[in-house]
Design a protein around this ligand. Structure first.
Ligand code: SF4
Length: 336
C-alpha cells in the first residue's frame, strides 16, 4: 500500500455522548468511503487521487446531476424569500429566517459535513426552538442502510453545531423525488460503532489491509488496488471468497493465491454424497489460475430433455425494469 503514513493522534470527545473523534476531522466524504471500504477511506484521507475508472466518473457525474435537479425541485417549492444558498451554518443557524437552505458547510472542532440541504421547521411556541432537518439527495430508487447512515451522520454534525438533538433526517431520492424520513435514534448506535472503527482505521500504525471487494468495480482506486493485489498475489483476488474463509486461511499461514493452489487435493466422493452438490473449492480455482487450465470436479453429465431454451435477461434492478430479454432456441433450421 502506498503512503504508509502513520498518524498517531490523540482523540477528543464529541459533546454527543459516546462519540469521539480524532482532531483530523472525519468528514461525511470519508465516512461515505469507509462504509464501502476502509482502504478507500484511508486513501482519500491521505489525499491520494484515483483515476482511470470511467464507471466511477459516470457515477459521480450522475450523483452531481441528480443533486442539482433535486436542489432546484426543492427550492421551487418554497417562496424565494424563504430560501438560502450556502448560508454560514456555524454562526447563523439560531438567527436564521430561511425555511430551506441548500449546500451547508457544517463544521465543528471535530467533525464536518457538506449537507445537501436543511429544512428549518419553525418553533411551535414560545421557548420552543426551531427544528433543523438535514436532507440528502440520492439518485437511487432503492435505498440502503448506508444511505440512511449518511443522513444520520449529517444529523449528528448538525446536532453538534446546535448543541441540540436532531431527531429526524430526510432522504429525497429516485426518479420521482420520493421522501424518506429517517429517525436518527434508530441508527445512532451503529453510527457510533462505525465512526469508532473508522477512527481506528485512520489512526492505526499501518494502513488498513487491502481487500478487493464488490465495490472495487465502481471505485476510483480500482486499477491501483488491483495492481497492488496482483503484486501481493493476494487471496482477495479470488472473488467470491467470504471474509471468514479468507481469515481462516490467514490463520493457517496461507496469504497468496499460489499458496492456496497447492492445498487442493482431489478426493473420491463417498457414495452417500453422490447426489449432493459438490462444494465450491477455492483451492481448485487457485490451482486453475496457477496452471492456466480449466479444471472440472467430477464427470459432468448433461441430460437435457425436450427443447433447451437459453434465456438472457438484462435489467436495471434499481428500477425493477427489464429492458432486454433474449431467447435462443434450436429449431429444424438451426438456432433461432
Ligand atoms: S478499489 Fe476496492 S479495495 Fe481499493 S479502495 Fe476501492 S473498494 Fe477498496
Amino acid at each position: 500500500m502506498t503512503s504508509g503514513t502513520s498518524r498517531a493522534v490523540s482523540t477528543t470527545h464529541s459533546p454527543v455522548a459516546g462519540v469521539s473523534f480524532s482532531p483530523m476531522n472525519p468528514t461525511s466524504v470519508l465516512f461515505e468511503a469507509f462504509l464501502k471500504c476502509p482502504t478507500k477511506c484511508y486513501l482519500r484521507s491521505v489525499g491520494e487521487v484515483g483515476s482511470g475508472n470511467a464507471y466511477a466518473e459516470w457515477v459521480l457525474a450522475q450523483n452531481d446531476t441528480y443533486r442539482g435537479e433535486a436542489t432546484k425541485w426543492l427550492m421551487e417549492g418554497v417562496p424565494e424569500v424563504e430560501r438560502a444558498i450556502s448560508p454560514s451554518a456555524t454562526e447563523d443557524l439560531k438567527a436564521s429566517k430561511w425555511r430551506v437552505a441548500v449546500d451547508l458547510q457544517v463544521q465543528t472542532a471535530t467533525m464536518e459535513s457538506r449537507i445537501h440541504a436543511v429544512e428549518r421547521v419553525p418553533s411551535e411556541g414560545r421557548g420552543r426552538p426551531a427544528q433543523f432537518v438535514p436532507i440528502r439527495f440520492i439518485p437511487f430508487n432503492k435505498l440502503t442502510k448506508d444511505d440512511r447512515l449518511l443522513v444520520v451522520f449529517d444529523a449528528l454534525v448538525l446536532s453538534e453545531v446546535r448543541r441540540r438533538e436532531v431527531g429526524v433526517g430526510k432522504i429525497i431520492h429516485g426518479d420521482g423525488q420520493a421522501t424518506l424520513k429517517v429517525k436518527t435514534a434508530s441508527l445512532m448506535g451503529t453510527l457510533r460503532k462505525l465512526t469508532g472503527n473508522m477512527e481506528a482505521a485512520l489512526t492505526g500504525s499501518t494502513p488498513p489491509d487491502l481487500v478487493l471487494n464488490r465495490y472495487c468495480a465502481e471505485c476510483e482506486f480500482r486499477d491501483r488496488c488491483r495492481q497492488k493485489a496482483l503484486e501481493k498475489d493476494d487471496l482477495s483476488l479470488l472473488s467470491g471468497m467470504a471474509e471468514k474463509e479468507r481469515k481462516g486461511y490467514h490463520k493457517k499461514g496461507i496469504f497468496t493465491v499460489t499458496q492456496l493452489s497447492f492445498t487442493f487435493r482431489p478426493r473420491r466422493r463417498p457414495k452417500r454424497l453422490r447426489d449432493k452438490r459438490e462444494k465450491y473449492h477455492q483451492s481448485l480455482k487457485a490451482l486453475a489460475i496457477r496452471e492456466k487450465k480449466i479444471h472440472i470436479v467430477g464427470t459432468p453429465e448433461l441430460n437435457i430433455e425436450g427443447t433447451p431454451v437459453f434465456l438472457d435477461v438484462e435489467a436495471l434492478p434499481d428500477r425493477d425494469f427489464y429492458y432486454l430479454i433474449g431467447a435462443r432456441v434450436p429449431t429444424g433450421e438451426g438456432m433461432v
